[in-house]
Design a protein around this ligand. Structure first.
Ligand code: FES
Length: 282
């Protein structure tokens, strides 16, 4: 299995479809409220894995009813139909995530999506067979669809757990709970963020109306460098240069996605002419 995964990751021929496909996905779902909804900004968590549970749960329940016997044919039909309906927003949320991927992630994501599309079409065939009373055909199609869905789901797990797609890139950037000096007070101008380092962690320190605040510099979405982003003093936000997620410079809150996880924030104080930071409890 590792050999197959490596082959998919390194198959540059897939880029002929994956690159224009991801560009088209970006145009189809541009930055804005729809993308924020589909990527999970409102949930504080990627939406796609939540929705997959609904579709897969319906189909798995229908498959279990198929094994029990004739009395449950109608229920299995309804569950298969519900799974097909749930697959639509699930696919859209996956496309919204996939639009921001590159390289290996983009290739594996495309094969993952292709497998899910085949599974969906096969479940649709199973649903039609159920409607026409062709129960044996429906069950066979359902089993085939589950097998394809399992393979596609395996690739989805690989995307997250091995390639880190969708993982909060600040998961380990929580910092020390001890006050740590990071720069001289005089080196922090009003309204212009400064990149500093607190131990192993890059932080973006900002002075706003005399109040000093700081957030992690690595974008939680896919690791973009926020110090290279655009700062808006009016809204007190910074926009990531990679995919335009916008964060509050003092609270780390996501103002606009595609990021769904907030930036870790730090308590700040001036002590002995130095700006000191520590991990924020709140
Ligand atoms: S890395 Fe994607 S918005 Fe920052």
């Amino acid at each position: 299995m590792p050999g197959i995964l490596k082959s998919i990751e390194q198959a540059q021929i897939l880029d002929r479809v994956a690159v224009p496909g991801a560009d088209a996905a970006s145009k189809m779902i541009p930055q804005g409220p729809v993308k924020d909804t589909l990527t999970g900004k409102w949930l504080g968590h990627p939406l796609h894995p939540v929705l997959t549970d609904v579709a897969i749960g319906c189909w798995a329940a229908a498959g279990a009813l198929d094994l029990i016997g004739k009395r449950h044919h109608k229920s299995a039909e309804v569950l298969t139909g519900l799974g097909i309906v749930a697959a639509v927003p699930t696919a859209l949320s996956g496309i919204a995530d996939w639009a921001d991927t590159t390289g290996e992630e983009r290739r594996v994501g495309m094969v993952h999506a292709a497998g899910n599309t085949v599974a969906l079409a096969t479940f649709a065939g199973s649903y039609l067979a159920r409607r026409r009373g062709k129960q044996n055909r429906a069950k066979v199609l359902s089993m085939v669809a589950h097998a394809v869905l399992g393979g596609a789901g395996f690739l989805g797990g690989h995307l997250t757990y091995r390639l880190g797609s969708g993982v909060d890139r600040t998961a380990f950037d929580q910092g020390s709970d001890q006050w740590t000096p990071v720069l001289a007070d005089e080196d922090l101008p009003e309204g212009s963020p400064v990149l500093a380092r607190a131990g192993q962690i890059e932080v973006l320190v900002y002075r706003n109306s005399g109040v000093v605040c700081a957030i992690a510099n690595t974008c939680s979405h896919r690791g973009g460098p926020l110090n290279e982003g655009k700062v808006d003093p009016e809204s007190r936000t910074v926009t990531c240069p990679w995919h335009a997620s916008e964060f509050d410079l003092c609270t780390g809150t996501v103002v606009h996605g595609p990021a769904s996880a907030p930036q870790p924030k730090f308590d700040a104080r001036i002590n002995g002419g130095k700006v000191e930071l520590r991990r924020s409890a709140g």
